[in-house]
Design a protein around this ligand. Structure first.
Ligand code: FAD
Length: 504
């Protein structure tokens, strides 16, 4: 006998709140669960969060979203990679593209053949063997082919979009499918005297909203999971030095509508550049111990591609995670669950992953602790792997400012240290089951940050050099011709999903 959930209350209407509402409205609507979202116009959303990673295309597919309509509604552009500028040292750049490097040869990893070419002195750039990276270098974009025989079938992509328009779009979607939106500020939270479970929230105007399951999407405020349940926080500030950001929007300029996010390293952090159809989103993520807010803003203003169109938005944060992400009958999704800085655009993905797990472990009113524990175990595993991947970017550097020196010299998590040393020795990598970032991502960033393997897998030496060269040249030629056959990113957007504000 189950005791089904009858009412879900989502508190907060930022990206997390409306993604949750949209997904629940799609999956639960036939099962008679009432879904309500309460948000307050008096409390702004965080106002950033505009770059995504490829799994978001699956989220859209599950929701049945028409991609071109969604792109038009959010002024969206496409993303094939992140370009890292000045990270290893000033004047250096590399890409973390969404896709594989080359093709494995008889079960031996392609990157091992590339390492052999490097050690033998005939290597070309590893990006020549990666389709998205080659397309990025040419400023091209096209959707993947549905024919698995085509090189284009392996193309993976993500989006850049306007965060406030994205929430608005999902709100329309969710309301159409029966989610009730309540405008109002939550003033107090009620708990069961015995169990401590949340029973309801009272708005400042006296209205009471009750539910069985509560989803805390109140952003950094963490109104239910922390302010009410006092769940506790694990701070990762000793590994991730950045604790502030200043965000701005500016007119289109510079490299224009490039199909990638750019992350440029600076004296005490890094600056993002996210091009949308009509403007650029940018911001400096920095360590308040190493630079003042005023100087951070000055640095950001120096890097702008066009005239600012917005007042600077200063944001404080604490890297880390909630000790439990699901506590009693409250599940924290979004910034309320913890925060990893946006270097690899992972926060919106963690919202998606949180929703997927909530649906996979959807409770009844008994709230079985076994399921809650599994939710927490999986979330913590995933977020710690992402954390280590992000730390890698900061730790493996050759820059000389105090901020970068401290990051290079800090002690890093043991698992990450083992991974780096294994790769440095012979280019070998073993992927953990729950790692969001697959082998090609680790290869791109390890090589990009200057962790160059001393040796390659001896098994690749069994192959005749002329054979290996021939295979690699054919592959890079095919990739190059495929990328050259794609339209420019601008031309693709103009044809497929131009918003009224689109500026070609
Ligand atoms: P918010 O946007 O803060 O929303 C909180 C909601 O709760 C609001 O609707 C507010 O009104 C409501 N609320 C709060 N208190 C109450 C109350 N008492 N009563 C009623 N309502 C209340 N992620 C990415 O994936 N890619 C990126 O490129 C990226 N860049 C980022 C850059 C920076 C500098 C930062 C800080 C974050 C970035 N993120 C990024 C993360 C991303 O912005 C968030 O994951 C995403 O916006 C979700 O935020 P949220 O909905 O949890 O919180």
């Amino acid at each position: 006998m189950t005791n089904p959930i009858r009412k879900v209350l989502i508190v907060g209407g930022g990206t997390a709140g409306w993604m949750t509402a949209a997904a629940l409205s799609k999956v639960l609507n036939t099962k008679g669960v009432e879904v309500t979202l309460v948000e307050s116009d008096a409390i702004a959303t965080v106002g950033v969060g505009e770059a995504t990673i490829p799994p978001i295309t699956t989220f859209n597919q599950i929701l049945g979203i028409d991609e071109a309509e969604f792109m038009r509604a959010t002024n969206g552009s496409f993303k094939l990679a992140i370009e890292f500028v000045d990270w290893k040292h000033k004047g250096h750049r590399y890409q973390h593209p969404f896709g594989n490097f080359g093709l494995d040869i008889e079960a031996l990893k392609f990157h091992q053949f590339w390492l052999r070419s490097l050690h033998e002195g005939w290597a070309s750039d590893i990006d020549d063997y990666n389709l998205p990276a080659t397309a990025v270098n040419l400023g091209r974009f096209a959707l993947p082919s549905k024919d698995p025989g085509q090189v284009m079938s392996a193309l993976k992509y993500a989006f850049h979009f306007d965060a406030s328009l994205y929430a608005r779009y999902l709100r329309g979607y969710a309301e159409k499918r029966g989610v009730t939106r309540v405008e109002g500020k939550v003033g107090s939270v009620q708990q069961d005297g015995e169990t401590g479970f949340v029973t309801g929230v009272t708005l400042e105007d006296g209205r009471v909203l009750e539910a069985d399951l509560f989803v805390d999407c109140t952003g950094f405020r963490a109104l239910l999971i922390e302010q009410t349940l006092k769940t506790g926080y694990e701070d990762w500030g000793h590994w991730l030095a950045n604790d502030r950001a200043v965000a701005l929007q500016c007119e289109m300029g510079g490299d224009g509508l490039s199909p990638f996010t750019r992350a440029t390293a600076h004296e005490a952090g890094w600056v993002w550049r996210i091009p949308l159809q009509h403007r650029i989103g940018t911001g400096y993520v920095y360590s308040s111990k190493h630079i003042s807010d005023e100087d951070a803003l000055k640095t950001l203003e120096r890097t702008l591609d066009g005239k600012p169109t917005q007042q600077p938005n200063f944001i404080k944060f604490r890297p880390g995670r909630r000790k439990q992400i699901w506590n009693k009958n409250v599940v924290a999704i979004g910034l309320s669950s913890g925060f990893l800085e946006p270097l690899e655009s992972t926060s919106i993905h963690m919202i998606q992953a949180g929703i997927t797990k909530l649906l996979a472990l959807f409770p009844d009113r008994g709230f079985n602790p076994v399921e809650i524990a599994e939710y927490n175990r999986l979330t913590i595993l995933q977020v710690e792997l992402i954390r280590d991947f992000i730390i890698l970017h900061f730790h493996a550097n050759q820059r000389d400012e105090p901020y970068w020196q401290a990051l290079r010299e800090m002690e890093i998590p043991a698992d990450l240290s083992r991974k780096i040393e294994l790769f440095r020795s012979s280019g070998r990598l073993f992927q953990s089951d729950y790692d969001l970032f697959a082998e090609p991502s680790w290869i791109a960033v390890l090589l990009g940050q200057g962790v160059t393997p001393q040796r390659h897998d001896p098994l690749v030496d069994q192959y005749d050099q002329a054979f290996v060269r021939g295979q690699m040249e054919r592959l890079s030629g095919l990739i190059r011709r495929t990328a050259e056959s794609m339209p420019s990113h601008e031309a693709f957007i103009a044809r497929y999903c131009a918003a009224p504000e689109f500026k070609a």
